[in-house]
Design a protein around this ligand. Structure first.
Ligand code: AMP
Length: 417
């Protein structure tokens, strides 16, 4: 497979798919530039090696229509500042051939939001899935998606994909475009290489014990990854809102706590599976219960299976935090996705903080720790502990799908799988 490090960019034009889907305030100012910084090593490297850059990305969900609020023109200056080069702008990503042709070595062209064209995502617009004409419309859209990808490809000599956040999508710019470059002229960017390596560390190079911590609100959205991890981990901590579905399934009283009543059997199945596979399943035994879903609610520590009526579990209790810490501190491989409580409320961050601290301790003792998914990353940043873990993934859905063992279309398109 071609790699970015051994490609000769001198005199070449590289079209690079990045994830510049950065959050903006109401005035169009960037509120968090993590994603821009994440792409810099790749972009700088190509310029330093004598290449010219055509940068493409999506922003937000404009659903195939031009929307000034999601224009990448808003971040052109910030990208230029970060790169230390003036950035040219192509206001129509599908009509940028002339601008691309005129680019010289060291120059940069930023294309307008790819998702202003429905062809980027390749989904037919304005037609319901139930409509008998849907299949035809989908076929037609797939054909125009190819044309769109071919147009983008025509701007450059080589293609680099550095957008891990969208690697689980088979979009024009993340996968289809790769068909228009031969194997020697398409490659992953540095960020993608690091992400793929991080997943590999968790899936292939497992040092034991391996502890996975899955949190968040629901079992249903995490079931794929929980089942996949069951074959790999030594300790599996399930926390956050999921705690109460498990507690109720086992006959507990959970008051007003969040619960998926249609997943009670699934919870029992997970407990049985863990037992059969010799996985140490760690569930919360106590919790911080609140009398309202609010940061200022009254609280009390109660057993997770004996929550009084009118109260709801919003965070892991002190005994639970100790159990979590024990399963984490002795681990040599750690994966964390999803908070242990309603971390958005400052008074309910304790459980997530205990997890973060235990991960930091284990990492200092030589463990490999991977944190992924927006909320756990937000936790780590909120606690100022980002430099105390091995790797923080930029991918939410992409990371989970990769860890579930699914092949990511964005990676497969380059590897030729
Ligand atoms: P998810 O999107 O499934 O990863 O869940 C993340 C969300 O779960 C966060 O917004 C948390 O506030 C929420 N969460 C975590 N613990 C609880 C809980 N005990 N009750 C309600 N929501 C929770």
């Amino acid at each position: 497979m071609q790699t970015i490090s051994n490609y000769d960019f001198a005199g070449k034009k590289a079209i690079v798919r990045v994830d510049f889907n950065v959050p903006l305030d109401e005035n169009g100012n960037i509120t968090d530039d993590t994603r821009i910084r994440g792409a810099l090593p790749t972009l700088r490297y190509i310029l330093d090696k004598g290449g010219a850059l055509i940068i493409m990305s999506h922003m937000g969900k404009p659903k195939g229509k031009v929307n000034a609020k999601m224009s990448l023109g808003q971040i052109r200056e910030a990208v230029g500042k970060a790169l230390g080069v003036e950035v040219k702008f192509a206001p129509d990503c599908a009509k940028a051939k002339e601008a691309a042709d005129a680019l010289k070595a060291g120059e940069v062209l930023l294309l307008e939001n790819l998702r202003f064209y429905p062809e980027e995502e390749g989904k037919p617009v304005g037609i319901d899935k139930e409509d008998p004409a849907y299949d035809e419309a989908k076929k037609a859209m797939k054909a125009s998606q190819k044309e769109f990808a071919k147009t983008l490809a025509s701007y450059a000599d080589c293609y680099v994909n550095d957008a891990f956040g969208t690697a689980h999508r088979k979009h024009a710019s993340t996968a289809v475009i790769a068909d228009y470059f031969d194997t020697d002229n398409k490659m992953l960017g540095f960020l993608m290489e690091k992400e793929v390596q991080a997943v590999d560390n968790i899936l292939s190079n497992i040092k034991r014990p391996f502890t996975a911590i899955m949190g968040g609100s629901k079992v249903s959205t995490k079931i794929g990854i929980i089942e996949n991890l069951m074959d790999k981990v030594d300790n599996l901590i399930l926390c956050g809102g999921m705690t109460y579905t498990f507690a109720k399934a086992q006959g507990g009283k959970i008051g007003n706590s969040i619960c998926e009543d249609d997943k009670l059997q699934l919870a029992l199945d997970i407990i049985a599976q863990a037992k059969a596979k010799g996985v140490n399943l760690v569930l919360g035994t106590d919790c911080i219960a609140a009398d309202a879903f609010s940061n200022d609610a009254n609280t009390q520590v109660v057993a997770a299976n004996a929550i009084p009526d009118g109260w709801e579990g919003l965070d892991a209790g002190p005994e639970t935090r100790k159990l979590f810490a024990e399963a984490i501190e002795g681990a040599k491989t750690i994966l964390w996705n999803g908070p242990a409580g309603v971390f958005e409320f400052d008074n309910f961050t304790g459980g997530s903080r205990a997890i973060a601290e235990a991960i930091a301790k284990a990492t200092a003792n030589g463990a490999y720790s991977l944190i992924g998914g927006g909320d756990s990353v937000a936790c780590i940043n909120k606690f100022g502990m980002a430099d105390k873990v091995s790797y923080i993934s930029t991918g939410g859905g992409a990371l989970l799908e990769a860890i579930e063992g699914k092949v990511l279309p964005g990676v497969a398109a380059i590897k030729g799988e």
